[in-house]
Design a protein around this ligand. Structure first.
Ligand code: F6P
Length: 358
């Protein structure tokens, strides 16, 4: 891969002098005042947290639009972990060629424990200075944006691009990877329905989403699930699950799908409870990481491309510490601090509404 070959640093940063730095005395990178035109020349880009399909498309857009606008673009490997370690190298337009359709992230990603500590964050900020980066584009989820806020507070200008399958970032209606993950889950559950139907069984399928039920709700509706369990809506196993399955049997159903968000319960436990209470053979399936991989859908490729473009435009116009968001179907940007302070919650009515489809 071209990017692998190009990953030689021009010059090693002086790690000893970095280590000897007094962390209390970090030289802050100068911030632009409102309205001041950007003089950015070098920008960094990293992917952080759980990988999501479409991250490569966003990276490609940042690299291509940045380079084509006269910026030097540096790829930072392994997220904040790589930033603190100086795993940074310049990208050319060809380094991101043939990546738009690829799942995962060619920059690789990490959930950096070190970056959760103040010394780790300061190290990251210092490394941005060592490499003379005028801004860093962070492609990741909520935790990654909190990391970006730490950098911003240390004087490193940042731009966030929402990339997570969970769609759980409050300030945006959409996060890169969400559509692909849901389509992958739908395809898998359709297959599970075939076997549940053949054996006249009940299947309990656990989907990802961390503390949010967006994936579970949409996938449940799209696969005609008899029961959808999400963290946003409390449920009673007897009243909301067992009763619904038995009512379904009385209506003539012979197989059943229960979709449970990982934040709402475990497929194995729910499966055992349902089988015991109904006498219907019940099997659990945890879809797991299959939802994170795979080639991004059109929705994820296009959204990632436009968000990447918008991130570079922010930098070019001197608009720093922003999160690129989708609002009312349009790609725009919000202030990082304000965006992180927002809350969003899947409406309870969604689950009530879904029951009308049974
Ligand atoms: O945020 C994406 C996600 O896949 C969540 O849905 C899930 O809870 C988590 O990441 C799993 O994280 P890890 O990759 O650390 O196992």
């Amino acid at each position: 891969m071209a990017f692998e070959r190009n990953f030689e640093r021009d010059s090693e940063p002086d790690m000893d002098s970095l280590r000897a730095q007094n962390y209390e005395d970090v030289p802050l990178i100068k911030m632009l005042k409102a309205g001041e035109k950007s003089s950015a020349k070098k920008i960094g880009v990293l992917t952080s947290g759980g990988d999501a399909p479409g991250m490569n498309a966003a990276l490609r857009a940042v690299a291509r639009v940045g380079i084509n606008s006269g910026l030097e673009v540096y790829g930072i490997r392994r997220g904040y972990h790589g930033l603190a370690k100086g795993e940074i190298s310049q990208l050319g337009t060809r380094d991101v060629a043939e990546t738009i359709h690829k799942g995962g992230t060619i920059l690789m990603t990490a959930r950096s424990e070190e970056f959760r500590t103040t010394p780790g964050q300061i190290r990251g900020a210092l490394m941005a200075e060592v490499y003379d980066l005028d801004a860093i584009v962070v492609i990741g989820g909520d935790g990654s944006f909190r990391g970006a806020r730490c950098l911003a507070r240390l004087g490193v200008p940042v731009i966030g691009i929402p990339g997570t399958i969970d769609n759980d970032i409050s300030c945006t209606e959409y996060t890169i990877g969400y559509d692909t993950a849901m389509n992958t889950a739908v395809e898998a559950i359709d297959k599970i329905r075939d076997t549940a139907s053949s054996h006249e069984r009940c299947s309990v399928i656990e989907v990802m989403g961390r503390n949010a039920g967006y994936i579970a709700y949409n996938v449940g509706v799209a696969t005609g699930a008899e029961v959808i369990l999400v963290p946003e809506v409390p449920y009673d196993i007897e009243k909301d699950v067992v009763k619904t399955i038995l009512e379904g049997r009385n209506k003539g159903k012979s197989n059943y799908i229960i979709v449970v968000a990982e934040g709402a319960g475990h497929a194995t436990e729910i499966s055992a409870q349902v089988e015991k209470a109904t006498g219907i053979e019940t099997r659990p399936t945890v879809l797991g990481y299959i939802q994170r991989g795979g080639s991004p859908t059109l929705r994820d490729r296009t959204t990632a491309s436009v968000m990447g473009m918008r991130a570079v435009d922010c930098i070019l116009s001197g608009k720093y510490n922003r999160i690129i968001v989708e609002k009312g179907g349009k790609i725009t940007d919000v202030d990082l601090e304000e965006g992180l302070a927002m809350t969003k919650r899947m409406p309870e009515e969604h689950i009530v509404e879904a029951k009308r489809l049974l």
